[in-house]
Design a protein around this ligand. Structure first.
Ligand code: ZN
Ligand code: ZN
Ligand code: ZN
Ligand code: ZN
Length: 353
């Protein structure tokens, strides 16, 4: 797929002369790239050492003292009278300015939205990429590390070669804490600003777990905080709440917005959901882009979706082949003998793909 290339290309085409904006840092760059023959005119203001021309009468004035079009913020006037006089003449250009600015913002946002996020971190014990599937790794309450099921279930042997039930964290070797101790340890990490711990605490409040009273607002507040600190799951949770109308009034737009934040942060379930929503809205191109990114991140549901789109002639054979290839690549990265053993021993809890 050439999604990102495509977006970058479109983005480069955008610096249209009318998008020159005094507030933008790009002014210098734009002024250089703009044709030399382009001269400042009453219709077209170009920043020149803080001096602007009135779009109505052409008189020069200082940038800060001048009157600005309240709508597009692109055109300057020497006073309110000039602004009023010029209004009917400027109307069309003003609308064009606003249209371009909106389009540009959307392109910038899409470029960010459809960028492949980096893969999940590695398990700190076996150094293999952590699988994406929920439940394929455990977060240790003691040290806060995420350990893959393979390493969690790896047997420990004594000197005689007998398997022992050690009940210790496979990473930091401290004994597994009790429920209460784990809750306290989580709180300690919250105080240190640990995003995952804050997201956990948000979950406890949202559901009323581990001795915390059920409090949706507190849950949202904590999830927002965790999200701002880079926790994609927290944003995903907010998205689900808006999507399902739990603890808050159902709001499709907000659900999509938070799914997008989560997807940008690397959450493949949120990405998959966005694909579904775009598909429902008839935007197959955007749906496919989301699914493809989710598949690269290990989401098999999105692979099934691409297969379906292909069977309906809504995706090309190349798309489907690329999706299969990407998913295989993911499997090669996450599969291991130890993880397979864990999955075989406890299919329910240790399935990882
Ligand atoms: Zn004027
Ligand atoms: Zn305007
Ligand atoms: Zn591991
Ligand atoms: Zn530990």
């Amino acid at each position: 797929m050439s999604t990102s290339d495509e977006n970058i290309k479109i983005d480069h085409n955008i610096p249209v002369s009318s998008s020159i904006n005094a507030v933008s840092n790009d002014v210098c760059k734009l002024a250089v790239s703009v044709d030399d023959e382009m001269k400042p005119s009453a219709e077209h203001n170009v920043l020149n050492f803080g001096i602007e021309r009135c779009a109505n009468c052409g008189k020069e004035g200082s940038y800060i003292d001048m009157n600005t079009c309240n709508k597009c913020k692109m055109v300057k006037y020497c006073n309110a009278a000039c602004k009023k006089k010029h209004r009917h003449k400027h109307k069309k250009q003003c609308e064009e300015h606003i249209r371009l600015t909106t389009e540009l913002a959307k392109l910038h946002y899409d470029k960010k939205l459809f960028k492949q996020p980096p893969p999940a971190e590695d398990c700190p014990i076996c150094f293999q990429r952590l699988p994406t599937l929920v439940g394929s790794a455990k977060t240790m309450a003691c040290c806060g590390k995420q350990i893959c099921n393979g390493c969690c279930y790896a047997p420990v042997y004594d000197h005689q070669g007998n398997e022992v039930d050690e009940k210790k964290c496979p990473f930091c070797r401290s004994p597994h804490p009790t429920h209460d101790e784990a809750t306290k340890l989580n709180m300690k990490r919250v105080e240190l600003g640990d995003a995952r711990a804050i997201q956990n605490l948000g979950f406890y409040y949202f559901k009323g777990l581990r001795g915390y009273p059920q409090d949706y607002n507190k849950g949202f507040e904590l999830w927002h905080r965790a999200g701002e600190l880079g926790n994609a799951v927290a944003y995903y949770s907010i998205g689900v709440a808006y999507d399902m109308g739990v603890g808050v009034e159902r709001d499709e737009k907000k659900a999509v917005y938070y799914y997008e934040l989560a997807a940008i942060g690397g959450d493949t379930t949120a990405r998959h959901n966005l694909g579904i929503k775009e598909k429902r809205g008839g935007n197959m191109d955007r749906a496919l882009k989301h699914y493809m990114i989710a598949v690269r991140g290990g989401n098999s549901g999105s692979l099934n979706q691409i297969q379906e789109l292909y069977s309906l002639d809504l995706a090309t054979k190349e798309d489907y082949t690329e999706a299969l290839r990407a998913y295989q690549e993911y499997l090669v990265e996450i599969k291991s003998v130890q993880r397979d053993k864990a999955a075989a021993a406890d299919e329910e809890k240790c399935r990882y793909y």
